[in-house]
Design a protein around this ligand. Structure first.
Ligand code: M3P
Ligand code: FE
Length: 304
């Protein structure tokens, strides 16, 4: 079946305690494991061991992006395809990495370290799988507490080349694209989970992270998230507003160490035969922020 969805995002942070305080008390994730230099977190409706890992490093950045595959054969098939494309693949076996078993790792043409993971330690979520309440019965406290992680957006020098790899080798489907005046892709949105995007690429340096995004259930929760961010003096980048691309409602903000986060809801639910939507550069403002119709400098320039 191939790639199922985003598994986890691993970032580097210069302060593990500050990262832990923010990702638990403001974002409302739970800490699921800790080593001397790493902390692992999951959202309340996620079953898997973690959807975010932070590692101590004086420099803020991204270690790797991990997608989950369905079957053992997927790992073997995708391993072969990546190798045939000319990239070296390494295998991670059970016991070598916290919270996960058999996985493959490789670098992509956009300079990102990518991992495909088949076996994940299942911790269960905060609600049972039999007769569950729609949210954790104890309430979700004062944190944003998204139910799950949603997507990741990376930067690449050559968006068309990066996109071709993700589509032709890893099997992503192109849902939307932003083209420059010459018809070249400067932003692409791709899915595996029949959502508007699991992975997106925009022009920028190779190996960069623009943001990762949490899912929220509706627009009211986006408003509540804005209240919580403001109360906690978290720097908001843009929003609450709405994307033209994906049609989702959004807020962008920075964790206290500088990694951009997003909360995201809505958007359409594309079937596999939904057409690719194209946006032209003269409407790039509306494509990204439909209400404002323009992009701010910080949103365009800051990535980690
Ligand atoms: C999204 C989204 C950029 C566009 C971002 C769009 C960085 O984050 O969820 O559709 O130009
Ligand atoms: Fe996003």
């Amino acid at each position: 079946m191939g790639i199922l969805r985003l598994g986890h995002v691993d970032i580097t942070v210069p302060d593990l305690d500050l990262a832990t305080a923010y990702y638990t008390e403001v974002m409302g994730m739970s800490e699921t494991a800790r080593t001397a230099d790493r902390v692992f977190f999951k959202c309340w409706d996620e079953q898997d061991h973690h959807s975010l890992a932070v590692r101590y490093d004086p420099r803020v950045g991204i270690d790797r992006i991990s997608f989950k595959v369905t079957d053992d054969e997927d790992l073997a098939t995708l391993e072969q395809r990546v190798e045939r494309y000319g990239y070296r693949v390494s295998r991670i076996h059970r016991g070598e990495e916290i919270g996960q078993g058999e996985s493959i790792r490789f670098e992509t043409p956009s300079g990102h370290k990518m991992e495909l993971v088949r076996e994940v330690e299942r911790l269960g979520s905060d609600v049972p799988t039999v007769d569950p309440a729609p949210r954790p019965p104890g309430g979700i406290g004062r944190a944003i507490a998204p139910p799950r992680m949603d997507h990741v957006l990376v930067t690449a020098e050559e968006v068309p080349e990066a996109t071709r790899f993700y589509m032709d080798v890893l099997g992503f489907r192109l849902t939307e694209q932003l083209l420059d005046g010459e018809g070249r892709q400067i932003g692409t949105w791709m899915e595996r989970s029949h959502s508007p995007h699991d992975l997106a690429v925009v022009s920028g340096p190779n190996g960069g992270l623009h943001h990762f995004a949490y899912w929220l259930d509706d627009w009211t929760e986006v408003r509540d998230a804005a209240d919580i961010l403001a109360y906690n003096a978290i720097q908001i980048d843009v929003g609450p507003t709405r994307h033209g691309i994906t049609r989702g409602a959004t807020i962008y903000f920075f964790d206290p160490m500088g990694t951009r986060n997003e909360v995201f809801t809505g958007g359409y639910r594309p079937d596999p035969d939904f057409p690719t939507i194209t946006w032209t550069e003269e409407n790039a403002g509306k494509a990204i922020f439909y209400y404002e119709g323009e992009l701010n400098e910080r949103f365009m320039k800051v990535h980690t």
